[in-house]
Design a protein around this ligand. Structure first.
Ligand code: ZN
Ligand code: ZN
Length: 272
């Protein structure tokens, strides 16, 4: 046995690498087989043909009505909301496919904590519908094209070793393939293992993630889409956008599966 493998920490790292490689192969095989075999709906288990959701469950997904283009919170007529006017975030826009409510939350949790990896392609498809509709309207107005590159929200290495995969990377891979945009997974990383934001009250979330990310990449002039599964207070995305802007990024958009609308952040968004 080599000294590198005898060290228990190195051994854990080697095992994690092997698991990740095995997981990539299973993902590829699963995607290929999914196009051939009849599927069961990921929510109710009914037969759903070649797709991962039956028509009934697809119709039950919580759509996002008119919302603030910058933070995706409720806003009259889709204008910039009161919270973004009062304290403009570092990111320029947020595109969310759904509200984080039943049954969208079941899909997100089944991917993240149930490791049902085929759900990543389903969530990416739902995001693509939203991305296409927003960008199509922008293209009509001769505004922004699609971003130069995609960056998935990084996980700290400890969390990655526990879970075995990063759900944001899995979703981003499908988006990058469909949109023919490069995916950068190592350019920004979490150098500090923060407490899960869901365990903290909203006022403490900003302090929890302050200084959590690092990057040595020059993003001068780049238009970047940051991909994540859920956006709640937006503090983590704001901190990542701050790091990307400091590294020269021209524009940062959040591409999110599901946006949490709580009573508290709805009040903040609608206040003027
Ligand atoms: Zn169903
Ligand atoms: Zn807003």
């Amino acid at each position: 046995m080599t000294p590198a493998i005898r060290n228990p920490i190195n051994k854990l790292q080697v095992n994690a690498r092997l698991l990740r490689s095995l997981h990539q192969r299973l993902m590829q095989a699963g995607t290929w087989m999914g196009t051939l075999l009849p599927q069961d709906c990921q929510l109710c288990g009914a037969q759903s043909g070649a797709t991962l959701l039956c028509a009934g469950c697809r119709d039950a997904l919580p759509v996002l009505p008119a919302c603030c283009p910058q933070c995706a919170m409720p806003a009259f007529s889709g204008e910039i909301c009161g919270a973004c006017l009062k304290r403009p975030p570092q990111f320029d826009a947020t595109l969310a496919a759904m509200r984080y409510e039943f049954p969208a939350d079941h899909l997100v949790l089944a991917l993240k904590f149930g490791a049902r990896l085929p759900i990543a392609s389903l969530l990416a498809d739902l995001m693509l519908e939203r991305i296409h509709s927003v960008h199509q309207s922008k293209i009509c107005k001769n505004e922004m094209p699609l971003p130069d590159l995609l960056i998935p929200m990084p996980l700290h290495r400890t969390r990655l070793a526990e879970r075995g995969f990063n759900q944001a990377v899995e979703i981003s891979r499908h988006l990058a393939n469909h949109l023919h945009r490069p995916l950068m997974t190592g350019a920004v990383w979490r150098h500090r293992d923060t407490l899960p934001q869901s365990e903290l009250p909203l006022p403490k979330r900003r302090a929890n993630v302050r200084g959590a990310f690092k990057s040595h990449t020059d993003f001068t002039g780049r238009y970047i889409a940051v991909v994540d599964d859920v956006m709640t207070s937006g503090s983590t995305l704001d901190e990542l956008a701050r790091v990307l802007k400091r590294a020269g990024a021209r524009r940062v958009e959040n591409w999110i599966v599901a946006r949490t609308w709580t009573e508290r952040n709805i009040r903040g968004a609608l206040s003027v």
